[in-house]
Design a protein around this ligand. Sequence first.
Ligand code: URA
Length: 212
Amino acid sequence: MNTPSNLIVAEHPLIAHKLSLMRDKATPSMQFRHLLREVSLLLGYELLRDLPTELRDIETPAGAARVPFLKGKKLTFVPILRAGNGLLDGLLELVPSARVGHIGLYRDPDTLEAVEYYCKLPDDIAERLAVVVDPMLATGHSAVAAISRLKDHGAREVRLVCLLAAPEGIAELARAHPGVRVFTAAVDAHLNDHGYIVPGLGDAGDRMFGTK
Ligand code: URA
């Protein structure tokens, strides 16, 4: 598949290794969550590499220096419940002052459409970069619905960070929200009949929490 310009695949041996461990169905939930947090730190590095900075004067123990600090209002992370929470802690470690909104969506098992059951977003989301956080970009329905919700709420700049993406979800997102950049650790082959990513890693929420 050609890589669309709004798709950023964070290729790094550490990410690849950790992702392979996560794909293995023998990896227990405790280790899965730990790996997800570690990968979120590495993905965050790529996701946030162009954050604006400003120079300020400080004193180091050895003298005066003009050094960069993050500029402007910090961003908003918006995990899609429940699996999005698995990537959130690491991202918040990188940007502790970020705001956090939440969107609860479930997949209708028959239509695979996203159904919203919860939404709480910061009021000033228009002034902040909004990052939708969801480990799996599969059909793209949840991501499209979440981003539409953020835009209705005033968000102007939106990105999506995920662990795995399927070509179908990437295409759907590019069609519905062409300006949204997607940051992922890998792009897998395709979806199965149930809308799961193949080879994927199964249901990310179930893998995190040990449910079925
Ligand atoms: N959601 C998941 O958790 N896994 C998939 O493969 C697709 C959607």
